[in-house]
Ligand binder design. Sequence first.
Ligand SMILES: Nc1nc2c(ncn2[C@@H]2O[C@H](COP(=O)(O)OP(=O)(O)OP(=O)(O)O)[C@@H](O)[C@H]2O)c(=O)[nH]1
Ligand SMILES: [Mg+2]
Length: 202
Amino acid sequence: MVIRKAELTHVAGVTTKELPDTGLPEIAFAGRSNVGKSSLINTLLMRKSLARTSSTPGKTQTMNFYTINDDVCLVDLPGYGYANVKEDFRRSWGPMIEKYLRTSRDLRAVFLLIDIRRTPNEDDSLMYEWIINSGHTPVIIVTKKDKIKRSQIKKALLTIKNALRVTDETEMFLFSALDRSGRDEIMNKIDEIAGIKEEAGL
Ligand SMILES: Nc1nc2c(ncn2[C@@H]2O[C@H](COP(=O)(O)OP(=O)(O)OP(=O)(O)O)[C@@H](O)[C@H]2O)c(=O)[nH]1
Ligand SMILES: [Mg+2]
């Protein structure tokens, strides 16, 4: 998909009663705080900082819906697993995400991001199961590929697969926001999920 237009069209927070009804195929990005969800979205959108990123975990605290070409929505979810976010936010995070996963009519897939340097923990496994149990297809994105040596990649991927006990059908992509490697493959997957076909030459 060629990005002709990218904009933040909807925001939903813990106090939002009605979730946005975008009427567009939605793809959500879940994962631990600081794993690189907002950075991945910026890379996909070809925008430097449309989605706000930070080296301090807990940056994104609302569900942010980025619409591409009026065709598809990428949903940046607040991350989990960071102890220092305010207690009341931590308590309302689960119900907010659960409500979205269970009730969104337009959610087509959930991309679960895992840092290549970390063995997935209990929170990651719970998120993976949560995605499946709410009837969605998880796609694993292994982030920050640039942070480890090439020779260690294979082992790191195996560790992630084993820790999450991924099913054979679960697709995995490797990504780095630094050199944008993996960006086009992930974008093609989004096209496929959202049923977007670009006309040749566009
Ligand atoms: N080296 C490297 N750094 C990255 C990559 N992706 C993200 N980062 C850095 O990791 C930090 C966190 O990135 P974010 O995109 O804000 O993470 P997030 O998952 O949106 O975090 P929350 O909003 O807190 O849930 C930032 O300092 C980014 O610059 C990557 O592929 N490589
Ligand atoms: Mg973020």
